[in-house]
Write a protein that binds this ligand. Structure first.
Ligand SMILES: CC(C)=CCC/C(C)=C/CC/C(C)=C/COP(=O)(O)O
Length: 284
């Protein structure tokens, strides 16, 4: 029987994991007060045991002894049977999140100067700056201003729009999901919004994926440079985990979200005609 402790299996850092909608225990009924006390104590005594028990298959748990069975010893009563039958999705999510927490912790080798790869931390922080919103926004605005062709200005304007969209969408998802950053993260990033105390998804990963697609589609044609762009996208994502800023799933979801955001930019693409129409509307 999954206990309330099992709900905290992925929260050693005390952080909520992906919001309560994804909690394993919430898919089951509350603990029956009539449960044998020894069972409660055993499950509550050790988070690891609780997690393992939570991921046991219903059939195995049903067969694991008389502690959950009826007084007559003829298997669990139907009510218990329902409680002991958490959905496969719940179990899969719990397991995925447990793996995510474990892997993210193992990979956070530049989380501080004393970490095993602490000497690489300055380099990782440099990569972090290359994916920050401010240099990208400033660079796109400057290039648009300096561009002497209408086509160049159009491309930069749409990059700017994509970057602003990215900030809004990532902020919204972070505010809804409210997943805390890993406990081992040092919050020493420059220029952050208040939602940036949340971890899911990684804004650097969404920006890198979106800008990477944008660069490949509109600005970078030479094969060696295209490889460099892809390498940069991967490095930005990897550095988020190595620095201990994010869990692995924050970055993977961020890549996917940034990839989709580029599609949105294409759909909303601002052409000179659209802009003229917008200006005309605003002067009416
Ligand atoms: C003009 C304007 C609104 C600039 C804001 C740029 C800005 C402060 C972006 C935030 C970038 C940031 C620190 C994102 C957090 O990235 P994670 O990968 O840690 O989620």
């Amino acid at each position: 029987m999954p206990s309330p402790k099992a709900k905290n299996a992925g929260r050693r850092d005390g952080s909520p994991v992906l919001g309560s909608n994804f909690d394993f225990v919430s898919l089951t009924k509350p603990l029956n007060r009539s449960s044998p006390p020894h069972l409660l104590q055993r499950q509550g005594s050790d988070p690891t045991t609780a997690r393992l028990r939570a991921s046991e298959s219903p059939s195995r748990r049903r067969g694991s002894g008389s502690s959950t069975g009826s007084a007559s010893g003829q298997g669990p009563p139907e009510e218990d049977g329902i409680r002991l039958n958490p959905s496969l999705i719940g179990i899969s999510l719990s397991s995925l999140l447990a793996i995510d927490l474990w892997l993210s912790k193992r990979l956070s080798v530049c989380a501080c100067e004393d970490s095993s790869w602490g000497s690489a931390r300055p380099l990782m922080k440099l990569i972090e700056v290359t994916g920050h919103g401010i240099p990208w926004l400033a660079g796109a605005a400057y290039s648009m201003y300096k561009s002497d062709s209408a086509a160049g200005q159009e491309v930069m304007l749409n990059l700017l729009m994509g970057l602003l969209l990215d900030l809004i969408l990532v902020g919204a998802v972070k505010a809804v999901v409210r997943r805390r950053r890993p406990a081992h993260n040092q919050m020493d990033m420059f220029a952050t919004f208040s939602v940036d105390r949340y971890s899911f998804p990684s804004g650097h990963a969404t920006r890198a994926a979106m800008c990477g697609r944008f660069l490949l589609a509109h600005l970078v044609l030479a094969a060696p440079l295209r490889v460099l762009v892809l390498l940069w996208v991967g490095l930005v994502g990897l550095s988020r985990v190595l620095l201990g800023r994010h869990h692995v799933t924050d970055v993977l979801f961020g890549f996917w979200m940034g990839y989709c955001q580029y599609k949105l930019v294409e759909i909303l693409w601002l052409s000179p005609e659209t802009l003229q129409g917008l200006f005309r509307l605003s002067t009416l």
